[in-house]
Ligand binder design. Structure first.
Ligand code: AHR
Length: 489
């Protein structure tokens, strides 16, 4: 199969925001307890954070981490997780039917993120919480001192304000499963009022309003329009969420699912621009794709998990090699929309639908999806190019006619990186790269993720079963993820 990719120096999409490589940690299952935090673990540091996990998070390269939920946040009262641990309440956690000990809260997570080299993207409770409670959290985190709430933070050991820049106004408020689920009008109103209060506590913060939980929600479209009509001038981003799964065991179709993400972004951008036009606004609404991933492997086993326990093994998807290819296609799709999508979060980071898995008390390892994410976060920083791709197409089932290859190119200084997934299950591709105006490219590295078995997984015993190796600089093997790095002369 011939694959022609033309990238011209003068045709760009935009700057890739480093925050496109964000992730997410929710108080859910073993993400926090037994994941990032486990005081008795042999690698635990002075604060009880697992250093084996921290090392993998740093290797992955995650500049921003959304916290503390997710569905969890809609029942969370942040003051439960501050102050002396012995006084913190144990509570029934109603999003995931578990027990929350509150051993880890805002303060500990801020410290964990600092150690991981990430900034925190904080979500507030607009389900069962109030706009004032959300405002109070901004004051607690970001006000220097001399008020009751900022002095409470200082008394808790954090003299300097956290300076948390990015805040989510609730989570998936369009979903009937959400505690405090609202209509679009109701949510738009509380988002507007919370935004005003939060920005008066700290005018430097930026805010994300909830868009739809997926493009298949019955309220999709109408929800975005109504919410934005209520809070367009008060917020800075609108969120999108999407999860994919190979439920009918049709790999060719599954590999085409990034077409759905592409259409979702295009549609939400159009809705934002329509609201902008009707308001005669000068402001462009940017997008925060703050939950995306593959999620389906654990659906059945989760039905059997015992309720009301601490840190039960929930949403522990074991990712296959084909899931990594899908993650690669989704990352490329985000890069192709980097002019509009300024924040994205792989949901989630540790144990819960995650690139990093742990044994409580034991080992930590990288799942298959770790590899394309790490490669993109490390090598796809810079300016995304508006490439032209010529390649054969195939029948992507519900996703329609689909190009056999998904690809993007990013330039940074004298380095150019091509990221490509060959979706064909049968044919290798030969890459003909035409880098117009870039001079002579010299190949520095061709990283390739390939396995003969689409269902291959990584485990604690075999953590390198699916891992990158060197390609020949030209061949995009059938069903493979590729990163080709060039020096420009
Ligand atoms: O990431 C898991 C869950 O998926 C989140 O809690 C929720 O926001 C979404 O439905």
């Amino acid at each position: 199969m011939k694959i022609k990719l033309i990238a011209d120096k003068d045709y760009t999409i935009g700057e890739v925001s480093p925050r496109l490589f964000g992730s997410f940690i929710e108080h859910l299952g073993r993400a926090v307890y037994g994941g990032v935090y486990e005081p008795g673990h042999p690698t635990a540091d002075d604060q009880g954070f697992r250093q084996d996990v921290l090392a993998l998070v740093k290797e992955l390269g995650v500049p921003i981490v959304r916290y503390p939920g997710g569905n969890f946040v809609s029942g969370y009262h942040w003051q439960d997780g501050t102050g002396p641990r012995s006084l913190r309440p144990r509570r029934q956690e109603l999003a995931w039917n578990s027990i929350e000990t509150n051993e880890v809260g805002i303060d500990e997570f801020q410290e964990w993120a600092r150690r991981a080299g990430s900034e925190v993207m904080m979500a507030v409770n607009l389900g069962t919480g109030t706009a004032m409670e959300a405002r109070d959290l901004v004051e607690y985190c970001n006000f220097p001192g001399g008020t009751a709430l900022s002095d409470m933070r200082r008394a808790n050991g954090f003299e300097k304000p956290f300076g948390i820049r990015t805040w989510c106004l609730g989570n998936e408020m369009d979903g009937p499963w959400q505690m405090g689920h609202r209509t679009a009008e109701e949510y738009g109103r509380i988002a507007c009022e919370a935004a005003k209060l939060m920005k008066s506590a700290d005018p430097e913060i930026e805010l994300i309003a909830c868009g739809s939980s997926s493009s298949s929600m019955p309220t999709f479209g109408e929800w975005e329009t109504t919410v934005l009509k209520n809070c367009y001038e008060q917020v800075d981003y609108l969120s999108l969420h999407s999860y994919y799964g190979n439920r009918s065991d049709n790999s060719a179709e599954f590999l085409a699912c990034s077409k759905d993400m592409d259409q979702f972004i295009t549609d939400v951008s159009a809705i934002c621009d329509a609201v902008k036009a009707t308001r005669h606004s000068q402001k462009t609404m940017y997008l925060s794709f703050d939950e995306w991933n593959v999620w389906f492997h654990s659906n059945e086993q989760d039905k059997k998990v015992e309720k009301w326990t601490v840190a039960p093994p929930l949403l522990e998807d074991i990712y296959t090699f084909e899931d990594a290819l899908v993650a690669g296609c989704l990352l490329i799709t985000l890069l192709k929309h980097c002019d509009r999508v300024k924040i994205a979060c792989l949901a989630q980071l540790v144990n819960v639908i995650a690139p990093i898995m742990t044994e409580t008390g034991g080992r930590a390892w990288a799942q298959t999806i770790f590899h394309p994410f790490r490669d993109a976060s490390r090598f796809a920083r810079g300016t995304a190019l508006n490439c032209r791709l010529d390649c054969p197409t195939y029948d992507g089932g519900v996703y329609g006619e689909t190009p056999c290859v998904e690809a993007a190119a990013v330039v940074s200084g004298d380095e150019l990186t091509v990221l490509a997934v060959n979706r064909s299950l049968t044919e290798d591709g030969e890459l003909d790269l035409d880098l117009r105006g870039f001079g002579t490219p010299e190949l520095m590295e061709h990283r390739q993720l390939w396995h003969a078995d689409l269902k291959a997984v990584n485990t604690a015993e075999k953590p390198e079963n699916v891992a990158p190796s060197a390609g020949d600089g030209r061949t995009l093997r059938r069903h493979s993820w590729n990163v080709l790095r060039y020096k420009l002369k």
